[in-house]
Design a protein around this ligand. Structure first.
Ligand code: ZN
Length: 347
C-alpha cells in the first residue's frame, strides 16, 4: 500500500514538474457566447423547492452564498474600472410562495437549484448548466450529490462513484455557480492544454475551464472546488466583451410623441393608412411576430403581425364610412417593448 502511494505521489510530482517545464505558452481558446447584458441586469434566484433529503437549514446559507458568488464577479469588475463604470446589477430572491405568480420577464438571469439534470441531458455538464432562451439566461445547479460506494467480491474491494440522496457540498455548488454565472455574462469556455487544472495540482487558470474536467462526477476525481476561482483573465475577458465602462447601454427605443393625424371620413370611400415600422436590429428575432395594438374608446384590439427578415413590418389601418369617429392609437409592440406609436383623430 505504501509503495502504491509513493508511486502515485511520484507520478503527480513528475507531471507537475513537466507542466512547469512546459509552462511556456499554451494555446488558449477563450471565446465569448452570443448573450449580452444591457443596462442594469437583473439576477433572480429561486428558493429551492423543499426536499426531504436537503435540510431546510442549509437553504438560507445556499441563498446567501448565491449572492456572494455573484458579488465575486461584480467586485473585481468594479474595482478594476473607473468609478463611474456601470457594473451594477439588480438582485431578486424569489421565495417558494411567490414563484408561481412571479413576473420572470424582468429577470435577465434566472438561477434555480434542481435535484437532477433534466432527462436526456445526462453526461452534458451535468453539475450545472446555462442556456439562453427567449432573451433570458437560465442557470441551473443540480444539487444531488455523488459519493463513493463500495462493493466486495471474494477477492477484491471495489470503489466507485454513485449518486447519493444527500446534496452536494455547498462549496461544490458554489464553484459550479461561479462558472455558470460566467456563461450568463457572456463568457464561453477557457480551453487550453494546461495540465495544471486537469491534474488537480493547483489553480485552474480560469473559472471557465470546462467544468467536467475539474469537479467530482461519476467519471472524474474531484478537484478542491475552492480552487475554482474567478481569475484576472476572466475579468479581463468580460471587459474585452463589454468595454471598460460597464454592461453597456440599454437599447433606447425612442419615445416619440405620437402626433395625431386627422382623417376625415368620406362617404362611400375607404382610406388606407399604411404603417411601416422598422424593428431595431439588436432586438430582431427571426420568426418573432409583433403585436399591433389598436386602442379606441378605452378598448384594445391586438393583432399579431409578421416581421420580415429585414426586421420590417407592414400594417394597414383601414378607415371606412363605418368607422366610429374618435381618437385611435396604434402601438407597435415587439418582445414586450414599445417600438412606435401612431395616433389618429377620425372625424
Ligand atoms: Zn461551462
Amino acid at each position: 500500500m505504501k509503495k502504491l502511494v509513493a508511486v502515485i505521489f511520484a507520478i503527480l510530482l513528475l507531471s507537475s514538474v513537466m507542466s512547469i517545464a512546459s509552462a511556456k505558452r499554451f494555446e488558449v481558446k477563450y471565446d465569448p457566447l452570443p448573450n449580452r447584458f444591457e443596462g442594469t441586469p437583473t439576477f433572480c434566484t429561486k428558493e429551492p423547492a423543499q426536499d426531504p433529503n436537503v435540510p431546510e437549514s442549509i437553504i438560507p446559507i445556499l441563498l446567501k452564498k448565491t449572492k456572494a458568488n455573484l458579488d465575486a464577479w461584480i467586485g473585481p469588475l468594479k474595482s478594476s474600472s473607473q468609478r463611474d463604470a456601470k457594473w451594477d446589477i439588480n438582485y431578486v430572491e424569489i421565495p417558494r410562495s411567490k414563484q408561481a405568480s412571479f413576473d420572470y420577464a424582468k429577470c435577465n438571469v434566472i438561477i434555480s437549484f434542481l435535484k437532477t439534470p433534466p432527462q436526456g441531458l445526462e453526461g452534458v455538464e451535468i453539475l450545472g448548466r446555462h442556456y439562453f432562451k427567449d432573451n433570458t439566461n437560465h442557470v441551473e445547479i443540480y444539487y444531488q450529490g455523488y459519493g463513493i460506494c463500495e462493493t466486495k467480491d471474494s477477492q477484491w474491494t471495489y470503489w466507485y462513484t454513485c449518486q447519493q440522496d444527500s446534496p452536494k457540498l455547498i462549496v461544490a455548488m458554489e464553484a459550479i455557480l461561479r462558472h455558470e454565472l460566467g456563461h450568463a455574462m457572456g463568457l464561453g469556455h477557457y480551453i487550453s492544454e494546461e495540465l495544471l487544472y486537469t491534474g488537480g495540482l493547483g489553480h485552474p487558470s480560469s473559472i471557465m475551464v470546462p467544468i467536467l474536467d475539474v469537479l467530482a462526477s461519476p467519471s472524474h476525481t474531484p478537484l478542491d472546488p475552492e480552487l475554482m476561482e474567478i481569475m484576472p483573465v476572466d475579468i479581463a475577458k468580460l471587459k474585452e466583451i463589454y468595454g471598460n465602462d460597464g454592461w453597456g447601454k440599454k437599447t433606447e427605443i425612442k419615445k416619440e410623441k405620437a402626433n395625431s393625424k386627422v382623417i376625415q371620413i368620406k362617404n362611400g370611400k375607404a382610406i388606407i393608412e399604411k404603417i411601416t415600422v422598422q424593428i431595431p436590429p439588436e432586438l430582431y428575432k427571426k420568426g418573432q411576430k409583433a403585436n399591433v395594438i389598436l386602442l379606441h374608446d378605452g378598448k384594445t384590439d391586438t393583432q399579431k403581425v409578421l416581421v420580415n427578415s429585414k426586421g420590417k413590418l407592414d400594417y394597414t389601418f383601414k378607415i371606412t364610412d363605418k368607422t366610429v369617429p374618435g381618437k385611435y392609437e396604434i402601438t407597435i409592440n415587439y418582445l414586450g417593448k414599445t417600438i412606435k406609436k401612431f395616433s389618429y383623430e377620425i372625424r
